[in-house]
Write a new protein. Structure first.
Length: 230
C-alpha cells in the first residue's frame, strides 16, 4: 500500500518567480500535462502530473510572488528546482529578481543562445538594449553558481512544453541522486572517524578487566567474588 509519506517523497517541487510572462508559459505546461489541478486552499500552488519514462511524476508548482514573505522563503527552501523569469524588454523585471537572490540555494552553469542580427537601424538600437539585458541576466545566473542554467524562451512562441516538463523532472532526479550520494559518503566518513575511537575504548576496557581480574585473583582467598553489572 502506498503511504502519504511516499507521496511526499515522490513529489517534485518547483518554485516560479519573476515577471508576469511566466503565466503564459505555465498555461502551456498545464496543457501538456496528463492532469492539472490547483490546490484546494492555496491559490498559488498547482499540481501537474506527467508521464516520464513510463512512470507518472507529480510536479508541485508554487508561485509565491516576489514580496519577501514567509511563504516565499518556505517555497524556495522546499523547492527542488527554481524557475526565474524576467523580460529582456524590461530591465526592472531583472532588478526585481535581485530581491530573492539571498534566499536562493541553487547554483548553476550558464548556457546561452545567439540571436540573429537585425538590419534596420531602429531595430538595431532595440536589439542592443535587448542584448545588454540578456547579458545582465547571464551574469546574474553565473553569480548564482554552477547549478544555475540561463535559458532564452519566447513565452508566445514556446511550443515544446512536454519536453520542458520532462527536462524539469530529469534535472530534479539527477540532483536528488547527487544529494543522496553525498549524504551516504558523509555517513561513511563519520563511521570511519568514530571506529578507531571505539577500538581504542575496547582496548582500554580489556586492560581494565585484566587488571581487575588480577586483583581479584590476588585477594581471592580473603574476599568474596563480586560481579558488577552496568
Amino acid at each position: 500500500m502506498k503511504s502519504d509519506e511516499d507521496d511526499v517523497c515522490n513529489q517534485l517541487n518547483v518554485v516560479m518567480l519573476g515577471s508576469p510572462q511566466k503565466s503564459i508559459l505555465f498555461e502551456k505546461l498545464c496543457q501538456a500535462a496528463m492532469k492539472y489541478e490547483r490546490h484546494v486552499h492555496y491559490q498559488d500552488v498547482y499540481y501537474l502530473t506527467i508521464d516520464y519514462n513510463g512512470k507518472e511524476e507529480l510536479l508541485e508548482f508554487v508561485d509565491p510572488g516576489l514580496a519577501r514573505t514567509g511563504g516565499r522563503e518556505m517555497a524556495i527552501k522546499r523547492a527542488d528546482l527554481a524557475l526565474l523569469f524576467y523580460s529582456a524588454l524590461s530591465l526592472s523585471s531583472l532588478h526585481n529578481l535581485q530581491t530573492v537572490k539571498d534566499d536562493l540555494t541553487m547554483k548553476g552553469n550558464v548556457t546561452s543562445q545567439t540571436q540573429k542580427k537585425m538590419e534596420e537601424s531602429n531595430a538595431v538600437v532595440l536589439w542592443i538594449k535587448f542584448e545588454k539585458r540578456m547579458k545582465k541576466g547571464q551574469k546574474w545566473a553565473t553569480e548564482l553558481g554552477p547549478d544555475c542554467e540561463f535559458i532564452i524562451l519566447s513565452s508566445s512562441q514556446f511550443a515544446d512544453a512536454k519536453t520542458f516538463l520532462e527536462t524539469i523532472v530529469s534535472t530534479i532526479r539527477v540532483h536528488r541522486k547527487r544529494r543522496t550520494r553525498t549524504f551516504i559518503k558523509q555517513l561513511k566518513l563519520a563511521h570511519e572517524i568514530l571506529s578507531p575511537r571505539k577500538s581504542d575504548r575496547s582496548k582500554e576496557e580489556r586492560k581494565s578487566t585484566k587488571s581487575s581480574s588480577s586483583s581479584n585473583s590476588y585477594n581471592n582467598e580473603n574476599k568474596s567474588n563480586i560481579c558488577l553489572i552496568m
